[in-house]
Ligand binder design. Sequence first.
Ligand SMILES: Nc1nc2c(ncn2[C@@H]2O[C@H](COP(=O)(O)OP(=O)(O)OP(=O)(O)O)[C@@H](O)[C@H]2O)c(=O)[nH]1
Ligand SMILES: [Mg+2]
Length: 696
Amino acid sequence: MKRPETAKIRNIALVAHGSAGKTTLTEAMLYSAGATTRLGRVEDGTTTTDFDEDEIRRKISIGIALAWAEWKGHKLNLVDTPGFAAFLADARNALRVVDGAVVVVGAVDGVKVQTEKVWSTAAALELPCAVYVSKMDRERADFTRAVEDIRKNLSASAVPLHVPIGHEAGFNGVVDLVRMRALRFTPDGSGKPTEEEIPADVRELAESQRAALVEAVAEADDGLLEKYLEHGELSETEVRDGLVRAIRDRKVFPILCGAPSRNVGVTPLLDLVVEAFPSPLDRPPVEGTDAKGNAVRCEADDGAPLTALVFKTIADPFAGKVTMFRIYAGTLTSDCSVLNVSKGARERIGQLLLLRGKQQTAVESLGAGDIGAVVKLKETGTGDTLCDEKAPVRLPEISFPAPVISFAVEPKAKGDEDKMSSAFTRLREEDPTIQIRFDPQTRETVVSGMGRAHVEIVAERLKRKFGVDVTLKTPRVPYKETIKARVREVQGRHKKQTGGRGQFGDCWIHMEPLPRGGGFEFSNQIVGGAIPRNFIPAVEKGIVEGMERGAVAGYQVVDLKVILYDGSTHPVDSSEMAFKLAGRLAFRKAVAQAKPTLLEPIMTVEVVAPADCMGDIVGDLNSKRGRVLGIDAKGRNQAVKANVPLAEMLEFDPRLRSITGDRGDYSMEFSHYEEVPAHIQEKIIAESKPVEEEEE
Ligand SMILES: Nc1nc2c(ncn2[C@@H]2O[C@H](COP(=O)(O)OP(=O)(O)OP(=O)(O)O)[C@@H](O)[C@H]2O)c(=O)[nH]1
Ligand SMILES: [Mg+2]
């Protein structure tokens, strides 16, 4: 297509909770706009934007997908986003780079936890939003109830722009409340409406909702309000123009409705996007910082120096890495070079592309405000700013949420460790919410993600894309050990006299507990050279080694102080090695007398769910040794905060799903270490034996 003027670009993200109907709506928008030749279905794996193999198999969206279309002389960049909690980072990133959002709400399910999340993200970004009530053809679909739900839980400024014609399977059109005309859609799925008089059975509803719409538009503008109060009505043009301003100022959120799987009620959304949503020029310019740290405004001007933000990367071992970006200022042309300010690296830009799902269209250039992609960049990752080498500007970074669930991961084939680790590095470029690290304590490679399904998909991708077959296991908990009592005067003496030169080291220590988090302190109080100064670090080293090996179950010992106060030496047989062994011996003896105990990591967990699930959630947390810290209202939901041992949280994800019917969400972070209750210690110690043996 010809390069669009910035004023004719509309960047729109479709956001919602899982399975609300975003991908189906995107599909219907593309088809209605003539961008595709058939209406695909999620069930059949034939939609444009759920093209990834994992998406097709699971019938859900996993990552951002782009799809461009033309409608009435405008270029639409649609960003279909995933709705499930585990993949919500992508939805947040999509909102960051668009100029408006369509929030999809299922006509039966209504507003859910994730809907509220994306709604508040859009609010924080001051994005104009429309709400689209989908699946109007479903049994028990109820527009009025959905509207009430939206007004109560999202915003009281949400008002219907349309009302439906027909119920459930008989739903076949909408009334446009601005023009007060009925739009009926043919059952053939072509999406083309015919305009009619408003049917008698919806007339009353249409009139009352039109009054509400006009009132909302009037209230958003002082001039209109005056006129409205005086005449009790506004002209069609006044309503239309007032509505556009109110939508852009986030004073009104229009509610539309439809059944995208039948392509009913979709073209009015395309019209709304073109007529009322802002172009990149209508949005406040984004601010970045230049090389000196000064704030710079990036005006959406084709002639300005290039500034673009990378919001998604797809790792593809065959086709190469795909980088998706939004241009905030300037023009980008194929075959040029740019500066990646975030990495301080020069990147060669090859062929610029427009994406429609997996389909790529080559273009010569992309102007300010547009969204596009390029393949095979070397250094660039998600969140990086690309810009003109002569005018480096850095845009605010993209932050990623902390992972909530961890698994120990192992390659099935011995020797695949390196392959696995490099595959992980590639996958992390595509999805920075995956974290991978080696835990020296438990000697496991631990992969963390946003949910069980998320980590399972990561494992599937390792196999499919990189040929590394792995197993996932519940990870070991990184327990620690400590002491509870003070011990005085413990001797560690290492003496060996077998032939030739002997070994001799001898030390006396006290040991005492330190407060939690105190780590290790070593105090040397030797006077008069009872141990020669050059051997004292060896004693300390022996103690540190002892701490690494553990006292009760082979976990690292922490939070204690050792005072070295006496010892003896031998003029010939003493050596560093001998004193190290003496230190280790003294440590082992002292720790055994100092009431050693196990510590476990305690997490701070926040669970957000509908109020009716709270009783069961709190019950679950309590039964898992959790301590509830408080419960707060969060919109229609409630949020409970609790401290819970990590050991009890490893299987929380599926439990929460089943308690809430997938309406809940949680996050957790490490808080502190606490002593493990005695009866549980016994079990852990029994289970840890193999670890200890392995080590010896
Ligand atoms: N009856 C009916 N079903 C629909 C409609 N729109 C979507 N669905 C069905 O609802 C299910 C979920 O639709 P999707 O389009 O995948 O929803 P989504 O919001 O993209 O889901 P995620 O991306 O996984 O969050 C699929 O089985 C669709 O066929 C509709 O208008 N009517
Ligand atoms: Mg989807």
